[in-house]
Design a protein around this ligand. Sequence first.
Ligand SMILES: Nc1nc2c(ncn2[C@@H]2O[C@H](COP(=O)(O)OP(=O)(O)OP(=O)(O)O)[C@@H](O)[C@H]2O)c(=O)[nH]1
Ligand SMILES: [Mg+2]
Length: 218
Amino acid sequence: MTDLDFPTPRHFNFSRIEFLKSAPTLAQCPEDVGIEVAFVGRSNAGKSSAINAITGKDSLARTSKTPGRTQLMNFFQIDEHRRLVDLPGYGYAKVPDRIHRQIEDLLGTYLGRRHCLQGVILLMDVRHPLMPSDKQFLDFAHQCELPVHILLTKCDKIKRGASQASLLETRRFLSAYSQITVQTFSALKRIGIEEVYQKLDEWFNFDDGEGASNRNFK
Ligand SMILES: Nc1nc2c(ncn2[C@@H]2O[C@H](COP(=O)(O)OP(=O)(O)OP(=O)(O)O)[C@@H](O)[C@H]2O)c(=O)[nH]1
Ligand SMILES: [Mg+2]
């Protein structure tokens, strides 16, 4: 375990974020240094939309009504030491088996072996949380001891009571896991953005001047 040896900005800031590269394999990813936070979830869950809402850049990550749009790992550079990663979606039934396996292998390799990966933002549609592929992902993350923060997305599509019920149900399920937090979210209405910032501040070691401690690498 080593302390981070790069300076900590005093404020969370995405103003300079830009697309860095797309990678089809772990070998083609940027050098495994600094800190990465990756967005994962079923195809069409809203990963790319969340990245755009969180960074305040409408067309940074490509969004689509057609599931399975993001098939490569897309890296976005926040600053010299920090990156967000938009990962391919899993669980889309219409993708041929061969592509399914390719995506699963890619996700497993990246999530299991990437040293600079500090945490994962898992997106699930608030109307259909904890699908079998999500549970499979949570087990995998648990085995790898990967911290996970869940966004129950598209909460603008249902009434507040229904989204709170989904939140409670998900929390109940998660009581068996450690290192997993959950919140409701809407990219469209920007609901829950502050909560996401708090989590990213923690993972990215952004210091608000209130004495946030150095984070360690895994
Ligand atoms: N109403 C609403 N629609 C959303 C929200 N987030 C995403 N969407 C819509 O859901 C669809 C899929 O969003 P994407 O962000 O492309 O989803 P993705 O998870 O990146 O999908 P893949 O790259 O295919 O895995 C798009 O039509 C978005 O406009 C949200 O918070 N509210
Ligand atoms: Mg996408």
